[in-house]
Design a protein around this ligand. Structure first.
Ligand code: ZN
Ligand code: ZN
Length: 136
């Protein structure tokens, strides 16, 4: 991934962000929590270094305890409720940006998928993805 400036935000525009450096990776997560949170088949996490991420507008934080026991601080817009990014306490150097909130999503290409044991059975993703059955 290149280090083009990328922008995104919530649904109502109160929360906006910029990613200045090259993202680390794009992960697709089929866990039940990502399915519930997105209301869809899977979650998409764009892993970015904290120093390359800048957010404007106030977020509300919901702290969730992952199956691993580690807390994840989930930032969402208090007005429209869109989940914008996660701050996993076990990985202090990175944020997981909810990739569907980017203004331009056309360049996204996942490199890894996790929690495939709860993947929707009708869903076929490209071959060659690194796949993990459960918690990576
Ligand atoms: Zn909003
Ligand atoms: Zn997940």
């Amino acid at each position: 991934m290149t280090d083009t400036l990328r922008r995104g935000g919530c649904g109502c525009g109160a929360v906006r962000y910029e990613i200045a450096g090259a993202p680390v990776a794009l992960a697709v997560c089929h866990c039940r929590e990502c399915q519930r949170q997105s209301g869809s088949a899977f979650g998409m996490s764009l892993i970015v270094k904290k120093e390359s991420f800048r957010v404007s507008g106030d977020t509300k934080v919901y702290r969730r305890i992952a199956d691993s026991g580690n807390p994840i601080d989930c930032h969402f817009c208090p007005t429209c409720g869109v989940r914008v990014f996660h701050d996993p306490q076990a990985l202090p150097g990175t944020y997981n940006v909810k990739a569907g909130t980017l203004d331009d999503t056309a360049w996204l290409a996942p490199g890894v998928q996790v929690w495939t044991k709860s993947k929707q059975p009708w869903l076929t993703l490209p071959e060659g993805l690194v796949s993990v059955e459960g918690q990576p």
